[in-house]
Write a protein that binds this ligand. Structure first.
Ligand code: NG6
Ligand code: CA
Length: 503
């Protein structure tokens, strides 16, 4: 009897400790994946079984947003919890940009560090490195991710279509040969490397007319910007997913016994799309489709790893994208010609760069088998909200000035509530919009209606635009003239939020 009592006590205390264990958190951020790209968001011409599986075990959000319709600002908002447009210089960065994340405030990874987590970023960074444009790529690249809260970083600096095409582990370029110094320049050509203009015959994938992407050629692909040297350190695009996956898995495995936070930023399906051999041709939709299958496979590999280590139940995974989709973003990769009726934005209008919903409304799935009951949520949330929401979950206080933009939507994330934001400001390339409940107002501006390079409807207009998202999610019927009162209210509210001071 005594023995059983002890055993029961032991079991109960084990359960108590176990139930109090903080969850591991993984954010899988993909690049330029649209609202209509995964099959769990309605795609029928392509199948994404691994994302679908996450969604079937978790919550699939239908009204989740990146802060902005391009990469750097969205990621800035995710990491800092602030609207990126409050700060100058948060637009799409060149590959030699300085770090734009302030190192003197609580960032998302800092929050986890403070709560005792081990933190890492693996993948695309695109938030700058060092203190200035001019830097020695052969020395210590500092400050960078490690200075804003990540214990470990394995990244590439900007985008796969921008030089330098190298990996950086913590502060150093991986695999550099000191006899072959790496140099980078965005203003003028340096060194003797062939470029897309001087040697188009060396290209294995041509750049699209008028898009640029014709500076230094690396791995048969013309890039934006010039680089010379660092030949042994240059990546092979086809190996990228495996390289990042290996680093992510190694981090997970090493930290499996302590809580960890992993920001896993995949490059797919951003250009240049150059999938691994096992995915080339697999989707029948060209390399963009193949890249989507590749990222879906990566999601599955992470799920498998967590299961293998026995930690999948207490690992919270967020799967999302940094902005909407684009087909031709610089290379002739058949994304347009082999589309085969696929609709990357789904029912939404516009895509990457756009102020219509296609620009910022993105796939967003949260799974945490131990805590979350599966479902679908139409709560209005933004990636910027993760700072406040995780601050609540981890019981770590945020300075008030940092909770102005980032809202605590934890209950919605965990499926305990369908209520979240009432209001959200969206950022296109030239313009702003505001959503309040079901109404969306797009500010007037003189930008082009269509991005002629990418053939995307940008949503710019000199006319005020008001849409009823509940009944017109595709933003077809401009109700501004019919609803002057509603329009004025939103004009004022947008102005008020813009004028708020954060920091
Ligand atoms: C644009 C590039 C595009 C892509 C984008 C950044 C041109 C004409 N287009 O300026 O190819 O690199 O920047 O994408 O240069 S993002 O998802 O990282 O924001
Ligand atoms: Ca992007």
């Amino acid at each position: 009897m005594k023995k059983i009592g002890l055993l029961t006590f032991g079991f109960i205390s084990f359960l108590t400790v176990f139930s109090q264990q903080k969850p591991n958190v993984i954010i899988i951020m993909v690049d330029d994946l649209g609202y209509g790209d995964p099959s769990c968001y309605g795609a029928t011409k392509i199948s994404t079984p691994n994302i679908d599986q996450l969604a079937s075990r978790g919550i699939r959000f239908t009204n989740a947003h990146a802060s902005s319709a391009s990469c750097t600002p969205s990621r800035y908002a995710l990491i800092t919890g602030q609207y990126p447009w409050r700060k100058q210089g948060t637009g799409v960065l060149p590959g030699d940009a300085a770090l734009i994340i302030p190192s003197n405030q609580i960032t998302l990874p800092f929050l986890f560090q403070k709560a005792g987590y081990k933190t890492a970023v693996v993948g695309k960074w695109h938030l700058g490195l060092g203190n200035s444009l001019i830097k020695d790529w052969n020395g210590e690249l500092n400050p960078g991710p490690n200075e804003v809260g990540f214990d470990y970083s394995f990244i590439f600096p900007a985008t796969a279509d921008r030089v330098p095409t190298v990996f950086i582990e913590n502060h150093r370029v991986v695999g550099l040969d000191s006899a072959d110094l790496l140099q980078v320049d965005y203003q003028k050509m340096i060194g003797n490397d062939p470029t897309g203009i001087t040697n188009p015959e060396l290209l294995k994938m041509k750049s699209s007319p008028n898009h640029g992407h014709n500076n230094t050629i690396v791995n048969g692909i013309g890039r934006i910007g010039y680089m010379s040297g660092g030949n042994k350190a240059r990546w092979t695009d086809e190996e990228m997913p495996l390289t990042f996956l290996a680093k992510a898995k190694a981090f997970i495995e090493e930290k499996k016994n302590e809580p960890f936070f992993l920001y896993y930023a995949l490059t797919e399906p951003h250009v240049p799309r150059m999938p691994s051999t096992m995915f080339k041709g697999k989707s029948n939709l060209g390399y963009r489709g193949d890249a989507i299958l590749q990222l879906d496979w990566t999601v599955g590999e992470i799920s498998k790893e967590l299961k293998y280590l026995g930690i999948e139940n207490n690992t919270l995974i967020i799967f999302t994208s940094d902005n909407g989709p684009v087909l031709d973003d610089g290379y002739m990769d058949e994304a347009v010609t082999k589309l085969n009726g696929h609709t990357p934005s789904g029912v939404l209008r516009g895509g990457k760069y756009s102020i219509f919903e296609g620009g910022t409304r993105v796939p967003f799935v949260v799974s945490w088998p131990k805590q979350i009951k599966p479902g679908v949520s139409d709560a209005l949330i933004c990636q910027m909200d993760l700072l406040s929401s995780f601050s609540n979950m981890l019981k770590t206080k945020l300075p008030t000035e940092q909770s102005i933009d980032s809202e605590d939507v934890l209950n919605a994330l965990l499926g305990k509530s369908t209520k979240a934001r009432k209001v959200l400001v969206e950022q296109g390339m030239q313009s702003f919009a505001i959503i309040q409940e079901n109404w969306k107002y797009i500010e007037t501006n003189k930008g082009p209606a269509i991005n002629k390079l990418t053939n995307t409807e940008l949503g710019n207009s000199v006319l005020q635009q008001l849409y009823d998202l509940k009944n017109d999610i595709s933003e077809k019927n401009n109700l501004a003239e019919k609803n002057p009162q509603q329009t004025i209210e939103l004009v004022k509210l947008l102005q008020k939020i813009k004028n708020q001071k954060s920091n």
